[in-house]
Ligand binder design. Sequence first.
Ligand SMILES: Nc1ncnc2c1ncn2[C@@H]1O[C@H](COP(=O)(O)OP(=O)(O)OP(=O)(O)O)[C@@H](O)[C@H]1O
Length: 878
Amino acid sequence: MDAALGPPAKMAELDDELTPMMAQYFELCSQYDEALVLFQVGDFYEAFCEAAERVARLCEITLTQRSDSTGEYAMAGVPIDNAESYIETLLEAGYRVAIADQVEDPDEVSGVVERAVTRVVTPGTLTEAELLDGADSNYVAALSAGEEYGLALVDISTGECYATSVGSETAVADELSRFGPAEAIVGPEVDVDEGVFGGGCLVTEYDADAFGRERAERRVERYFGPPDRLLAGETELRACGALLAYAEYTRGKAGAVGPDGEPVDPDVDPEGTLDYLNHLTRYDPREYMLLDAVAVESLELFDRRSVRGTANLTVVDTLDETACALGRRKLTDWLRRPLLDGDGIAARHEAVGELKRRPGTRERLHDLLSQVYDIERLISRVSRGRADARDLRSLAATLSVVPEIRAELADAESRLLADLESTLDPLSETREEIEAAVRSDPPQQITEGGVIREGYDAELDDLRSTERSGKQWIDDLEASERERTGIDSLKVGHTAVHGYYIEVTNANLDSVPEDYQRRQTLKNSERYYTPELKEREERILRAEAAADELEYDLFCGVRDAVASEAERVQALADRLARLDVLVAFGEVAATHGYCRPTVGADGIDIEAGRHPVVERAEESFVPNDTRLGGDDHRFVVLTGPNMSGKSTYMRQVALCCVLAQTGSFVPAASADLPILDRVFTRVGASDDIAGGRSTFMIEMTELATILTAATDESLVLLDEVGRGTSTADGLAIARAVTEYLHDEVGAYTLFATHHHDLTAAADELAGVANRHFETSREDGAVVFDHELAAGPAAASYGVEVAAMAGVPDTVVDHARERLADEPGGTPASRRADADSPSANGHADTSDDIETRLRNVDVATMTPLEALNALADLADRVE
Ligand SMILES: Nc1ncnc2c1ncn2[C@@H]1O[C@H](COP(=O)(O)OP(=O)(O)OP(=O)(O)O)[C@@H](O)[C@H]1O
């Protein structure tokens, strides 16, 4: 056991003698003994004893001492204001971090301030933006085993949950790769290789009870409704239950269960307390194209990391013309799981086509959908008894839009739209009930009245009328008392503490009648009440309290009635979300000139395809055709200089297929596409400099996945394979991969490479063709025209790029001569590790310079390395 975790031994010895604050710390460390506890003391989070030593060392902060009557304790603190960076350091060191905040205002309590763990930060459940590193999703997975494997995932940043079952360990790995979880919890019975979770995933064996069927059932029910309606089997259910238990634990919910299975506070039942969870999607992996985390990232579907020059725009952004939150979530979900069923895809296309043709309908539907609230989250609050009156009004407002949406769809021709028209459920009775019962602009509080409409309940109306007539009597009192007493300055007022009073200034005290009883003495006046006033006041108060209580009961009654329709509301939410996405697709197709693809062809045939993201940033995007498979080659080797557009082109081909299977139209003049089972990507190191992940090892691991899992229905994008090793090894690997994919797999493949020798494969392998990107020269400068052409690129572009970068003419000319002289010489046959001629003190000759220039492999250099190499060459020429 790590000494930095759990209750400090030194404190355990003292036990009862600890000061109240230290006793709190000790208690929290005992409860959260799987995490480092950071304990708020004023403006700092402190750790004590062994934990302090660990925190001080890892975060490089000073270790101090805290002394009190019981002794001295090592202490290390981080300022709360920038705690996140320290927490990140602790996470990187493999710790969970439990944040114990002061939950009372120190100014308002005497004695020690109450502290509670408000969150446990773990790699998969951190939610603070600083820690999320700009990524869009951060999944935690739970894996259970039985007859099959049950897998549940939650994205803590959005509350989206997924569940599925798969039959084999490989399938578990595939499904996990779809999400790339940062963290996974596994049931005790799970026996799989850690490799299935992917690199960088923190895997923890979690409490067996949380994986138990009954508890899981209860938890799932609380959050999402009856499990048998949602989930396919017991293993899936158990995974979901455990996942929810873990999510509760990380939110510091009292009563949740820690990884060791010990309830952190056994007295409280916390189930159903996570507000952010909103939807559970159960899916069957066989129905969807598999996009693993690597593909999702390199195609930039959701990731905020930018395509060059187009910061912040991602594929989902280009499609996101949705009008409501329901649609936005559905769009992400569709894009993450493109369909495999040709009919399903065609049905979406048909609907999108109809919407594309009818701009008026599209616009009106968009307007109506923008009035739709997030009824999915809302109904889950209703089911958990946490919805307020405003929530119910928002639901009613949404329901009142439904008939208008249906009317708009009344003459729809496409199957999906017609289906939506007939199945969008306006839940009229529910809406009428809410509108009859709940006021149109209710307060947030549901316990203080003002919620229920007049005329809804006779008893309530009675109570309110008693209250009102009482208040009216009091309102009239001032006038009548003035008349009775002759005191013109007499006032009737009310304070929260003393209630109603009659106020008489000191000058008029002589005229006070006998029945006035003194309530309060002020400097210039006296306040009185009369027995009748008191009695009226009590009656008002009784009526008010009874009315408030009755309103609350009535409200709960309405809320329960709505909750009993939760299933219908969820179905409605789902349909509205679908409609919103279809309308958005129609809008994108119409505004950006997307065409309707056909799917199910036996090859990829795209005319004038574009990259959906890059085309928005490039003023003059050059469209390109693609032919892969069918009567053409299935494998294309793509050459051309850096920045000529190879990566963009490969991605646009993949994105066309992904968008088509998602149901969207595609950025092209025409597209005949197959149905792909999976898109694989292995993109070059230089494309991921920012992520700092590009090691040869990662490259080879990804390659291994592709070679073992790709089928003849997969699309494989290879952007330079074997860069991270010597040229000879790189080429050998690239060549072997080409042959394997060509001979054994038959996948649709685009292989961009700077290994010019690879272009020879086209001569030897029947299914391989060469394509390249041209550059042209204008006024001596190289211009990228981004136009794809047949055949391999000219071999000398490395020298052209050197010229463009400003390498002196003598050097460039010499390089050209050498290149021309070299028998069969191509840039790829250069060796990168020649000895430096000037290392032995000799001056550089032109030949030496040229050798150096030849050794420059522009394709693998970072911009900084290129600049340095250039400066070095220029120096030598000088
Ligand atoms: N078809 C096109 N039309 C217009 N501009 C394009 C096109 N394709 C690419 N570009 C522009 O050229 C830039 C470089 O493209 P890309 O990254 O695809 O080149 P590359 O050949 O893959 O380079 P590298 O070998 O360095 O990876 C893109 O950022 C984009 O701005």
